[in-house]
Design a protein around this ligand. Sequence first.
Ligand SMILES: C[S@@+](CC[C@H](N)C(=O)[O-])C[C@H]1O[C@@H](n2cnc3c(N)ncnc32)[C@H](O)[C@@H]1O
Length: 205
Amino acid sequence: MAATSNTKQTFFDNWAGQYDLLINRVFMGSVHRRFWEMAKVPFGAQVLDVGCGTGQALIQLGRQRPDISSMGLDLSWQMISRAHQVHSLPKRIVFKQGDAMSLPFEDHSFDQVVCMLSFLHFADPLKVCEEIRRVLKPGGWFYWADIAGSEPLEAVSNWTFQALGAGDVQLFSYREREMLMGFAGLKPKGHQYLLGSILLSGACR
Ligand SMILES: C[S@@+](CC[C@H](N)C(=O)[O-])C[C@H]1O[C@@H](n2cnc3c(N)ncnc32)[C@H](O)[C@@H]1O
């Protein structure tokens, strides 16, 4: 495993125990709610959440939408272990440990792939976009929610995450997202602010 992946895995493993209490309750719950309002999931879809953390977004979706089957993937074993501890987790929501840069799924497996505040941590963003395109079915959608990129914000974010021991992060402007997704063979379909400086971008395969 590359050094960056090791740093991220250790950081998020250490953080997993407090993640729901500190982050999900205070902040991410609203992000997830807004995300599912904006990124419409088709009836009966198979959804993949890349960098799913403790799985709260998929659990929220699954409770409202019994027609959907979903898979959450995360680099951190501890995050995945927390996701499995959720009381009465429906069988159609599955969690797995793995790396976004090498998705452990067959080609054309999912109708929708989502990423919520995890893309900024990926060391090889183009490779992740290529992997997302590979596992999407033709006509499937990718939704990417992250802090919108700008130089000052990226500098502050990098300083903060490095000080916390989480290594580098990369933020992408809407133009950079379009280029990246385009290089990977995805067709960008627009952007909308989700909450504060969190920008939601959509692309179609
Ligand atoms: C800020 S958390 C966001 C978690 C979740 N998406 C949410 O909405 O609460 C970022 C997550 O990305 C995961 N992550 C970082 N690098 C990864 C990689 N290369 N592959 C898969 N997951 C990764 C971390 O383990 C962490 O759980």
